[in-house]
Design a protein around this ligand. Structure first.
Ligand code: CU
Length: 149
């Protein structure tokens, strides 16, 4: 009897902690499926990733930087033409997807040409959440994330 009561109290405390935690944290961001196809050019590369928000507050990706490139810009693709954008929304309980043919990152003024098997470190900055660091693997030039090669 006494033991059961202790278990119930412990479970209640855990539930409360979980609840309070997510309310305070706002957006809860994590990064999945990042990759850079090995670039054909020595000074320009593309990068793709998915930002998942498990929190109940929307956020905004406001900038991307990398030691590997002098400049990283964010682009979307409308009607086959890409254009630079200054920020991307990350919806509450949603995701922001960068993929081939759609939203993408452009790495310009590369310090050295990325090779398959290397990793590129990037830093994502958000309007509300703290920055995230991503180790983006360099894949083959023709890598397709849906088939894995
Ligand atoms: Cu572009």
């Amino acid at each position: 009897m006494r033991r059961a009561a202790l278990f119930a109290a412990a479970a209640g405390a855990l539930a409360l902690a979980g609840c309070g935690g997510s309310a305070d944290a706002g957006a809860e961001l994590s990064v999945r499926s990042s990759y850079m196809p090995q670039p054909v050019s020595a000074d320009l590369a593309a990068g793709f990733l998915t930002i998942v928000n498990n929190g109940g507050t929307k956020d905004e990706l406001t900038s991307v930087t990398s030691d590997a490139a002098g400049d990283v810009t964010m682009h979307d693709t409308v009607g086959g033409a890409m254009q630079e954008v200054s920020s991307f929304p990350v919806p509450a309980h949603g995701r922001l997807v960068f993929k081939s043919g759609g939203n993408h990152l452009m790495f310009e003024k590369l310090k050295r040409r990325p090779r398959q098997g290397q990793k590129i470190t990037l830093r994502l900055s958000f309007a509300k959440s703290g920055p995230l660091t991503v180790e983006m693997p360099v894949k083959s030039a023709t890598y397709n994330p849906s088939t894995g090669h």
